[in-house]
Design a protein around this ligand. Sequence first.
Ligand code: 5GP
Length: 192
Amino acid sequence: MADLEKDIAKILITRDQLRARIAELGNALSRDYAGQDLLLVCILKGGVLFLSDLIRAIHIPHAIEFMAISSYGGTRIESSGVVRIMMDLNSNIAGRNVLIVEDIVDTGRTLAYIIENLRTRNPASLKICALLDKPSRREVKVNLDYIGFAVPNEFVVGYGLDYNEIYRNLDFIGVLKPEMYAKPAEDSESAT
Ligand code: 5GP
């Protein structure tokens, strides 16, 4: 971990802050969905650490599913919004209360695509729970029902979020030193 930490310019959200906020989100979800069906759909890979802590903070019965999306043609630090489903859900969501669990909403394009796609499958309800929100970068309006933290317009890593597949295991959210991604990125297809 120490090796990776040297690439971090500053810590934005500590492990304790993450833990406290996720406990609050778990309580809010447990209250809002009490007595109802609940299916959490985690967007891989970035949302996986958030999901694993969030479900332990939810005290009502619920199910989980995973979906993997890749973003094509952007840079390594910016999504293009041209997205593709790499791995789809295993179950039918028609008539279910679906909660999308996402790591970060930046321009909103990725989430807008996922919402549009899942809506066609006729869930009873479709809500969004995003750990991080970068509102200053929004290009497409998306309604976030549950938000962990708002973050400034900086590229963040840790707690599931990567740069070039690295740094997901950091137990805090930090800003990557700009020199770590200063090298011009090639066009690539990358998992979110
Ligand atoms: P959007 O389509 O909203 O512009 O981008 C959403 C996706 O881009 C996120 O799911 C995430 O994979 C990636 N992303 C956006 N901002 C950041 C960031 O600051 N750090 C990291 N690691 N990924 C980001």
